[in-house]
Design a protein around this ligand. Structure first.
Ligand SMILES: Cc1cc2nc3c(=O)[nH]c(=O)nc-3n(C[C@H](O)[C@H](O)[C@H](O)COP(=O)(O)OP(=O)(O)OC[C@H]3O[C@@H](n4cnc5c(N)ncnc54)[C@H](O)[C@@H]3O)c2cc1C
Length: 401
């Protein structure tokens, strides 16, 4: 593995760092007040600046207007953008659109690409991904109640989803629904593109999460599909192929998320060190003179570096041998980096004392919003069980069931 960062990437990263510091971090206080919709015109101007800098949609295909960076390159970009919650959105590489773009690109028909993919890459539309159900475990999505039944030329969809992130204001959802109830366990569900203005697509509410009511891109929708009718040509990929596509969606997506979390670690760590170095704790003494704080700083530095290298290694594995062969590495980073991030944010918040609990720094926002990292895209426990099983396969006498 080669850790050299090319000159091209060094230039891109320093442009992003500067932009984040100058244009985005000053906007954070408004986001912390939950005013996303009011911010949209201002954010659109920032997006236009990013387009002018030719840094728009870094990981998306060139033919659709992105920069076409490879996974390792985008990992570095994601780290740089992760320092602010606005980074990925303003550069056109935010979840859940990024994952939807990947699967539309891989599995969409030419017509679907023109209708749904192109405007999405261009940032003219937004999308959401609707898999998790209210009544059944997201950790085992083969248990799914939502159905899509053929009727004439259409599918008729019925079901109750939640945590359809960014559904508020989205143009379309990619919905996971059972189309082949008698098929094999992993061949029963399909992905279907559903316009959010289709009759029967009912947004019940934005779910309040950790005290944030959520709105627009930053909302998490509860959706009732009630006889929601879409043409059969909105099927994405093969019928019954939903889980195969879902796997494709999650591999590179976890690299993006994990590097975004490393970016959050870097920002929190920086705030922690600044505060420790300047906060008086006794006459002539700052917090940084206290060994316990020094210990947190050293431990966090080591954890961040280890986690970062693990993610870059997993990205390298995906590029070398493919996401399927890198499943162990992907699971390892998913739970490891989420927990490192929580530790670093927590230490940074602790060093800030009462200030850390306020919204006068970004730390409390990170603390509230990023706790979910240990749950979405596979809860810690799911990944740990999966890793352990893979490892134990090499020890036949102790093979885990
Ligand atoms: C902020 C946020 C955004 C999200 N965005 C989306 C989205 O855009 N689209 C979407 O479809 N979904 C989304 N989700 C949903 C997410 O994917 C699910 O919450 C996740 O898959 C867990 O499913 P669940 O909530 O039903 O928990 P459950 O499956 O009920 O699991 C509950 C807990 O049980 C434990 N557990 C689960 N399985 C095992 C096991 N095998 N062994 C031991 N313990 C286990 C874990 O601790 C887990 O947290 C989002 C969730 C959050 C919090």
């Amino acid at each position: 593995m080669d850790f050299t960062i090319t000159e091209k990437m060094q230039t891109i990263i320093s442009m992003i760092d500067e932009f984040v510091d100058r244009e985005l971090i000053p906007l954070e206080p408004e986001l912390q007040c939950g005013n996303f919709k009011e911010m949209e015109p201002e954010l659109e101007k920032k997006r236009e600046m990013v387009r002018q800098m030719e840094l728009w949609a870094p990981n998306h295909p060139r033919e659709y207007g992105g920069m076409g960076l490879d996974l390792m390159e985008h990992a570095l970009v994601s780290e740089a953008l992760g320092r602010t919650p606005l980074g990925h959105y303003v550069f056109g590489c935010q979840a859940p659109d990024a994952g939807n773009i990947e699967i539309l690109h891989m599995f969409g028909t030419d017509e679907q690409k023109e209708t749904w993919l192109r405007p999405l890459v261009e940032g003219k539309t937004r999308s959401c991904f609707s898999m998790t159900e209210v009544e059944l475990p997201g950790s085992n999505p083969t248990m799914m109640d939502t159905t899509a039944v053929k009727d004439g030329d259409d599918y008729v969809i019925n079901g109750h989803k939640w945590y359809t992130s960014s559904s508020d204001g989205a143009d379309f959802a990619i919905v996971m629904a059972v189309t082949n109830p008698d098929g094999p366990r992993y061949g029963q569900a399909s992905m279907i593109i559903v316009p959010c203005d289709a009759e029967g697509f009912n947004q019940v509410r934005n779910i309040p999460v950790m005290g944030d009511p959520g709105e627009g891109y930053f909302g998490h929708g509860e959706i009732l599909y009630q006889n929601c009718r879409v043409p059969q040509e909105n099927l994405l990929g093969a019928e019954g192929g939903g889980f195969v596509i879902a796997q494709e969606r999650l591999g590179p997506g976890r690299i993006h998320h994990c590097m975004r979390w490393i970016g959050i670690c870097n920002r929190s760590f920086d705030l922690m060190c600044r505060r420790a170095a300047t906060r008086p704790i006794a006459p002539g003494r700052t917090l940084a003179t206290r060994q316990i704080v020094q210990s947190w700083i050293a431990e966090c530095a080591a954890e961040i570096q280890a986690a970062r290298l693990m993610v870059l290694h997993a990205a390298w594995m995906i590029e070398e041998v493919g996401a399927s062969a890198a499943r162990k590495e992907i699971s390892l980073i998913k739970f490891k980096v989420a927990n490192v991030m929580m530790k670093v944010i927590d230490c940074a918040l602790q060093v800030h004392g009462g200030l850390g609990m306020t919204d006068d720094t970004i730390l409390a926002f990170f603390y509230r919003h990023e706790r979910a990292a240990r749950i979405y895209d596979g809860a810690d426990e799911v990944h740990k069980v999966s890793v352990a099983k893979r490892i134990l396969n090499d020890y036949p006498a102790g093979t885990a069931r």
